[in-house]
Design a protein around this ligand. Structure first.
Ligand code: ADP
Ligand code: MG
Length: 698
């Protein structure tokens, strides 16, 4: 906060060893060699690595850093770091600050505590981190952070970054093939770009600290409905409260220093809910930056006496938080391949890429759905707020019309259509899906990108983007195979568009995705409706999906099985923790609180009776509270024994199924009774802050 807020250009990226810093700090030849590595993915030789490490260290020390760490993204979904100091002892008992090329390139964190899904036995604890020079090093809390990938001794991938980088390579290769056929020989590389919009809640830290459920599980396990919820829609884009504004200003500043392009911030639909949108960047960087954004949100909130909740559904009955993954493809020459231009009907190149996405999404609904699956996100998808669990694509009437005209071989007059719709001719390019047009679609075309809206707020964006890149690459490959052999290129492209529309148009849906009719309609169309994590995850290891990922060298079959196990295990663990927290809160907090209220009411009744006064309502209330309490006690015992039974399952999928059906239901029953007790208990007896206090007190 010491930096000058008025000098944003200087502030921006000041803690990043970015291109301009490299240029300034590195000898010319070293800079050139490093640049080549970054651009072409060539490996770096050790003399260069030493020079880079030395310059990095000097720069970092200048900025106040004392330590360095390899910063990586294990399967836990958050980032990991192990700090080492730069100091190195000298013979005369003093220290010097040292950092070698070897330390820059490779690290050996003890990997045994990171999930590997059985890939790496605990006795073989060694894991390696390797520098990813395509993502810049940065300084965070006096530590030089070096973005790295993480793998096991025998080369199995243990992180979320390696497969993402592989998927970017794969889609680049196939897209370049297609572009060549369209005459774009100048295009050498294609990158997918992502701008993830991040939702979050802010609550007062003092209140947060009084709720074990928030502390242990990130969400409220109890809470009666407050008198006011989000029904007035008065929070969405509303005035930002001073305390929140101060937080946002501080957050922006921290993110800018780290080179994160935080751009817009506003209030969301739910009270106490907000959103941050960055300017998009390449998928790899966007993933790193989104992790940093989430981390900084938590840290900066603390400084303001706030707690940032990134859980997908912190409050029942109030909108949960998601992440919108805006995704597009662009070339090294700056062309956005999903830009329709003024006349999309004639833009065969755009239509072909669009068709690759349509076909990929239709064929891989399962993968997209499971890429966003988690216990927390199950509370959102399918509830009436986030998109449903059914995958479909929103294209808008215009583009749908264009595609239909190819299918039917008829003409299409765009000018006429768009005039009819809007009466406006001056729209610079294609129609965007504005807020009031369709916010319900899980996968919407928004002008020159697709917005995948099913991600939960806490999720690393890596998984969904690995899937997107790979499934689109597969279709581009199939298209390229056909087109490279075609005699009449243009006719062949048109034929591919026609065929794709015919075979995959069932995935296009421009209506209201929240409606019951859509659920019915989707069923008729044969679309998948994988309601929960447990329904979705097993699809990951289907023959189709193993073939797809192994073919493109994204995952090995063993890695896929292990990832599936890790996610199922995580699902069970999350529910187990929630369950234990619930039992603890009922037994130690809720029942004792209600008991003292009952006691005081009874004492009052006794005193009143001794004065010959009527004590009807005390009796009535005590009767109600005590019958609810005994019901709660019974339900809690049932939950507890159900939890014990979970130990009988050795198969992880069976165990997850049991948690979903039995435990989850039992938890909901406990909650229902507890919430009714809350609604009937005097405020000063209730043991923790209510929804009203949590949501409306900032
Ligand atoms: P909209 O008004 O349709 O929501 P915005 O311009 O506000 O569009 O962008 C929303 C998000 O999409 C931002 O994070 C932005 O950076 C991102 N975005 C914009 N263009 C692209 C692109 N070509 N690729 C990836 N993300 C993009
Ligand atoms: Mg959006």
């Amino acid at each position: 906060m010491s930096e000058n807020y008025n000098d944003i250009p200087n502030l921006f990226g000041s803690m990043v060893f970015d291109d301009s810093t490299m240029k300034e700090k590195l000898p010319k030849d070293v800079y050139k060699a490093l640049k080549k590595t970054i651009q072409d993915g060539k490996s770096l030789d050790s003399s260069i690595a030493n020079a880079v490490a030395n310059a990095m260290k000097d720069w970092a020390i200048e900025k106040g850093a004392t330590h360095f760490t390899h910063w990586f993204q294990p399967m836990t979904g958050i980032t990991a770091e192990k700090h080492d100091s730069f100091i190195s002892p000298t013979e005369d008992g003093k220290v010097i600050m040292e950092f070698s090329g070897k330390e820059l390139i490779k690290g050996e964190p003890d990997a045994s505590s990171f999930p590997s899904g059985g890939l790496r036995a605990t006795f073989e604890a060694r894991g390696y981190t390797a520098w990813d020079p395509t993502s810049y090093a940065f300084i965070k809390e006096n530590t030089l952070c070096i973005p790295t990938v993480f793998c096991s001794y025998s080369g199995e991938v243990l992180d979320k970054k390696t497969p993402l980088m592989r998927s970017m390579e794969v889609i680049s290769k196939q897209a370049v093939r297609i572009l060549k056929l369209f005459g774009h020989d100048e295009v050498k590389r294609v990158t997918t770009t992502v701008g993830p919009e991040q939702e979050y809640f802010l609550v007062d830290k003092k209140l947060y600290d009084q709720r074990k459920d928030l502390i242990f599980t990130g969400r409220t396990l109890f809470g009666a409905k407050p008198p006011k919820g989000q029904e007035l829609d008065d929070h969405y884009f509303g005035n930002i409260k001073p305390r929140v504004a101060a937080f946002m200003k501080d957050l922006d500043e921290e993110l800018w220093k780290l080179g994160v392009l935080a751009k817009t911030e506003h209030n969301e639909v739910a009270p106490a809910q907000h959103e941050l949108a960055p300017i998009f960047s390449t998928t790899n960087i966007a993933t790193d930056h989104n992790q940093l954004t989430m981390e900084m949100m938590k840290k900066v909130a603390m400084r303001h006496g706030l707690t940032c909740l990134l859980h997908e559904k912190p409050f029942a009955g109030i909108n949960g938080s998601g992440k919108h993954n805006n995704w597009s493809i662009s070339t090294n020459t700056g062309m956005n391949l999903l830009e329709p231009g003024k006349t999309p009907h004639d833009n065969l190149q755009f239509l072909l890429f669009l068709c690759a996405v349509i076909k990929a999404v239709d064929k891989n609904q399962d993968l997209l759905r499971l890429s966003v699956a988690s216990a927390g996100n199950d509370h959102r998808l399918g509830a009436n707020e986030a998109p449903p669990a059914i995958i479909s694509i929103f294209l808008g009437d215009e583009l749908t019309g264009v595609l239909e005209s190819y299918e039917n071989g008829g003409d299409y007059s765009q000018a006429e259509k768009s005039e009819m719709k809007t009466g406006v001719h001056v729209l610079p390019h294609f129609m965007k899906d504005t807020t009031d047009r369709n916010r319900t679609s899980p996968f919407a075309f928004t002008g020159n990108k697709f917005e995948f809206r099913m991600l939960g707020s806490k999720l690393s964006i890596s998984g969904p983007n690995i899937v997107l890149n790979t499934i689109v690459a597969e279709e581009l490959e199939q298209f390229a195979d056909v087109l490279e052999k075609a005699e009449d290129f243009e006719a062949a492209v048109k034929e591919l568009i026609k065929k794709t529309v015919k075979e995959h148009k069932r995935i296009i849906f421009n209506g209201n995705n929240y409606s019951d009719e859509w659920v019915e309609e989707a069923k008729k169309r044969g679309l998948l409706n994988l309601k929960t994590t447990v329904d979705a995850l097993p699809y990951f290891i289907s023959t189709k999906n193993i073939e797809l990922f192994t073919k493109h060298h994204i995952f090995t079959q063993a890695e896929m099985h292990s990832r599936c196990d890790i996610l199922l295990e995580e699902y069970c663990k999350v529910l187990n923790i929630e369950c234990l927290t619930m039992l603890d809160m009922v037994k130690k907090d809720i029942i004792p609180a209600v008991q003292s209220y009952i006691k005081d009411l009874s004492d009052t009744a006794v005193s009143k009776a001794s004065l010959q006064l009527s004590c009807d309502f005390e009796k009535e209330l005590v009767t109600k509270l005590s019958s609810l309490s005994s019901c709660l006690y019974k339900k809690t015992n049932q939950l507890e024994s159900a939890l014990l039974d979970s130990k009988n399952y050795t198969d992880i999928l069976e165990c997850a199924k049991y948690y979903k059906s039995t435990i989850f239901t039992a938890m909901q029953e406990v909650r229902a009774v507890a919430d009714e007790l809350e609604a009937n208990t005097a405020s000063n007896y209730w043991p923790f802050p209510t929804y009203g206090e949590l949501l409306f007190n900032i």
